[in-house]
Design a protein around this ligand. Structure first.
Ligand code: SIN
Length: 488
């Protein structure tokens, strides 16, 4: 007997949703042992929420809308800003040890494009790990949650009407469910330079697209400006909070070249151009953080020191890296996708919260706000009996060599700066990889990104076209897997 609600993915969005569904029984599939292969665990920044008396959810919503470059749904921005404080308090109740001021209040830091300091953090740069540790402990102890580790969902089951009815995993294990929630994370691993775990290759996006779900805005991939450039894959992050604390960006000549707390897309492009011009880009935190590094930013400090670089005395070499996918499965304000029986939450969803450029530390916030909303919808639903048809041929797995080729292609042609020639070439090559290796998930996901990026003949937020450097009329992109296949 299976539980009738199935959550695919055990990062912040998946586990928070599972906890919030109590007492309804739920099964959670985790592709790796809990806490591993989850981008949530690596999050350094924290959660944005207007908690301080001098702040206001309306201001937070306005910052979110401004960062999103014309494509944020204002109602969704308001919704996540409004519910932020309650969800942060939920996490406090689960035992997350957010940093406190000397008088015991939650400490809040400044990040780029926020008009107020409003990011709650843990030990400087350990928010993701601390939040995940608390959620994992709570989920393991919760009697209503069944966790299945090392279960890699590969294809959605559907009934004769297309209603989603569970998943099949790569070992053939079937999990039937009347309600399936994808919380499968992002797609940064499609790029050669990324801050994401290598498993994040858009598998949820591709699975949903295969089943016919509508995808929105896949061309909007956020590049974090300051991945630490020490030749590591994935690239360690130097959190934006460092610039919030006063660290400066400089080039190899020691010159400033961009406003340190400008929107993420602006800073990423400036760093990209500085590097392309051969001047290099560095984050100089010697004065702003200096000797406080080991205590205030232990993750960044350890990453630098492991490469023989002491950030107390040396500027940190930085490069933009694929970090967050604003695009994803289209959902409504309750997390429902366009397919009956299928819901999406977290990075794999496109709720309208992030537009063309996500505001820093809004991703964990969106994940918990929408997880709560989905739980409120699903907790009391009556289970629908499911009768999946036999549509479960598993897609092929992309071997290592073409996977590496794909990552180089995306890096070269669908990165911080794009143009028609590069995007068309990448689409052709991805088409050839599909012919040679079949429609593996990473290829399907890449094709969605490339198709939408080629079709968007303007520059907006994280999508910069050197052949169309200006913005046109704001519009969202909506496409299906067939649209992408036809464009290839
Ligand atoms: C960071 O710490 O700079 C990343 C935070 C985020 O991506 O929201």
């Amino acid at each position: 007997m299976r539980d009738d609600i199935l959550i695919v993915g055990a990062g912040l969005a998946g586990l928070f949703l599972a906890l919030k569904l109590a007492p309804r029984r739920v099964t959670v599939l985790s592709q790796a042992p809990l806490g591993l292969a989850s981008a949530s665990s690596w999050a350094q920044g924290g959660l944005a929420a207007a908690l301080a008396p001098e702040d206001d959810p309306e201001l937070h919503a306005q910052d979110t809308i401004a960062a999103g470059a014309g494509l944020v749904d204002p109602a969704v921005a308001q919704l996540i800003a409004r519910d932020g404080s309650a969800r942060v308090l939920d996490l406090v109740a689960l035992g997350v040890p957010f940093d406190r001021t000397p008088d015991g209040k939650l400490a809040q830091s400044l990040e780029a494009a926020h008009s107020k300091p409003r990011v709650v953090r843990v030990s400087g740069d350990l928010a993701g790990k601390a939040i995940m540790d608390a959620l994992i402990a709570a989920a393991r102890a919760a009697p209503h949650i069944t966790i299945i580790e090392n279960a890699r969902a590969r294809v959605l089951l559907q009934d004769g009407n297309g209603r989603v009815a569970g998943v099949v995993c790569d070992d053939g294990a079937r999990f039937e469910a009347s309600e399936t929630v994808l919380a499968t994370g992002g797609s940064g691993g499609l790029y050669a330079v990324t801050t994401n775990p290598p498993e994040a290759m858009g598998q949820g996006l591709a699975m949903a697209a295969r089943a016919g779900a509508l995808i929105a805005d896949p061309e909007f991939v956020q590049f974090h400006p300051t991945a630490i450039d020490i030749g590591r894959d994935p690239a360690p992050l130097a959190t934006e909070a460092l610039r919030g604390e006063g660290a400066h960006l400089i080039n190899g000549k020691g010159e400033a070249f961009v406003a340190d707390l400008a929107a993420r897309d602006v800073v990423a492009r400036a760093i990209h151009l500085e590097r392309a011009a051969g001047r290099g880009a560095f984050l100089d935190a010697r004065e702003a953080v200096g000797s406080h590094f080991p205590r205030n930013f232990p993750t960044v400090f350890a990453a630098c020191m492991s490469a023989g670089l002491d950030p107390r005395t040396t500027p940190i070499p930085v490069a933009p890296a694929a970090h967050y996918h604003m695009g994803g499965m289209v959902t409504d304000v309750w997390g429902r996708t366009t397919l009956a029986g299928l819901w999406a939450v977290g990075e794999c969803a496109s709720t309208g919260a992030h537009g063309a450029n996500r505001l820093a530390s809004n991703s964990l916030l969106e994940a918990v706000v929408f997880a709560q909303r989905i739980a409120d919808r699903l907790r009391d639903t009556v289970a629908t009996p499911v009768a999946p048809v036999d549509n479960t041929a598993l897609p092929p797995v992309l071997p290592d060599a073409p996977r590496a080729q794909l990552r180089q292609l995306m890096q070269a042609h669908a990165g911080v700066v794009r143009d028609a020639a590069g995007l068309s070439l990448a689409l052709d090559r991805v088409g050839a990889l599909c012919e040679a290796h079949g429609e593996a998930h990473p290829l399907v996901a890449a094709r969605l990104i490339l198709t939408a990026a080629l079709a968007r003949k303007e520059s907006r937020g994280a999508h910069f076209r050197s052949d169309f450097p200006d913005a046109a009329e704001p519009h969202r992109s909506f496409l299906t897997r067939n649209d992408a296949a036809a464009a290839a």
